[in-house]
Design a protein around this ligand. Structure first.
Ligand code: AGP
Length: 367
């Protein structure tokens, strides 16, 4: 088993470090710099549907939420995202001009599989963003876009998530190209940004950054609760950060869209509450920083994720975690790495079984 972990203490840590390679495998051969082409080998006609329904569970659902931002923003098609356990029972409105996209690492999650069947019954065309080759979902989907992240053993999903988001980005670009919603210039810029992801994630894993995250994780490891905030395309990053921490450290954590904080969770803030805020370069950065000031004014401990070089906003933080600068649209992939590591080192410090957290299964095949 030690050999299988490739020198790492746990599968989870190994898989965190495998992300640059996993992402390369997700993107390779599909994005072409010279021509700006996106070649996904999908048989569906991208101009034939009017709406998209994304369906998934857990971490895969959060990848779907990022996908919603990307597709609506870039391809201008209405998207709705559902957790599969709700979708399958809510008698969803589906028609022939719906594209249902299911996202799953295992391809076996029962709720997602049943939701896929529900979408098919309604006449939707179906596409899967899947990791496991030949899994149950792939046998029932019209088409599959494999993420090629390689086997994921740790119960807490890491490399599958970043590869899923990478796949959603390619899909959004493919749809945008086909529908003519992006200028040649903007398309190329995004394609370059996507191609840079493996390198940026590699940078996010540089030893000095990892050491810093470990120190912050250990400092706050005995907190009772944690709050994670983010906005826009990084609102789902906050949700995923909170889920990761809950799963492996058993610390209660909430993930929230930062602008929604004043509608409730702000009541939780006191000096004992670490608040992690994703505040990297974006159109909404100023608004995010004013959310941070609201937290500080109430005594909360602010852990800020800032883009490299942003020394100006460091004044608003108790702790700063610098992450590599990336194009806003691809930043969820880069930013989440710091949150995976924060959860990992918190759980490791508390002596948790990181690869097999209590009560959780890698793949939930019973309802
Ligand atoms: C992720 O860390 C979780 N263990 C869990 O939320 C998982 O993402 C979910 O069960 C969906 O699994 P799938 O991708 O295999 O369908």
């Amino acid at each position: 088993e030690a050999a299988e972990k490739g020198g790492y203490d746990t599968y989870m840590l190994k898989e965190i470090y495998e992300q640059p390679v996993a992402l390369t495998n997700t993107l390779i051969g599909r994005l072409h710099d010279e021509t700006g082409e996106v070649n996904l080998d999908i048989d569906l006609d991208p101009s034939s549907f009017k709406r998209i329904s994304i369906i998934a569970c857990g971490t895969a659902y959060y990848a779907g939420l990022v996908g919603e931002y990307l597709i609506e923003q870039l391809a201008r098609i209405p998207v709705e995202v559902d957790v599969a356990s709700e979708y399958r029972y809510r008698d969803p409105l589906v028609s022939k001009d719906t594209l249902a996209i299911v996202i799953s690492q295992s391809g076996e999650t029962i709720d997602t599989l049943e939701a896929l069947r529900e979408a098919k019954r309604g006449g939707a065309r179906t596409l899967g963003i899947i990791n496991a080759k030949g899994s149950s979902m792939t046998r029932e989907l019209d088409d599959t876009l494999y993420i090629h992240a390689g086997p994921e053993i740790g119960v807490a999903s890491t490399k599958a998530y970043t590869s899923m988001v990478g796949a959603m980005l390619m899909l959004a670009l493919w749809l945008a190209r086909a529908r003519g919603t992006l200028t040649q210039e903007a398309g190329k810029e995004l394609l370059h940004a996507a191609r840079a992801l493996p390198r940026l994630v590699e940078e996010a894993l540089e030893p000095a950054r990892v050491e810093r995250i470990k120190a912050v994780a250990e400092k706050y490891a005995h907190s009772r609760d944690y709050l994670f905030l983010g906005r826009g395309v990084n609102a789902p990053t906050a949700l995923e950060g909170a889920l990761k921490l809950k799963e492996i450290s058993y610390i209660h954590a909430e993930g929230y869209a930062a602008g929604e904080m004043k509608h409730g969770p702000i009541a939780l803030i006191d000096a004992a509450l670490p608040v992690v805020v994703v505040a990297t370069e974006s159109r909404l950065l100023e608004k995010t920083i004013s959310n941070v000031q609201e937290v500080r004014a109430r005594g909360g401990q602010v852990i800020l994720l800032l883009s490299d070089g942003d020394t100006e906003n460091a004044q608003h933080a108790d702790e700063v975690l610098y992450v590599p600068r990336s194009h806003e649209m691809v930043s969820p992939v880069v930013n989440v790495v710091a949150l995976q590591l924060l959860s990992y080192f918190t759980a490791a410090h508390l002596g948790r079984d990181v690869d097999k957290p209590r009560n959780l299964a890698k793949s939930v095949t019973v309802e």
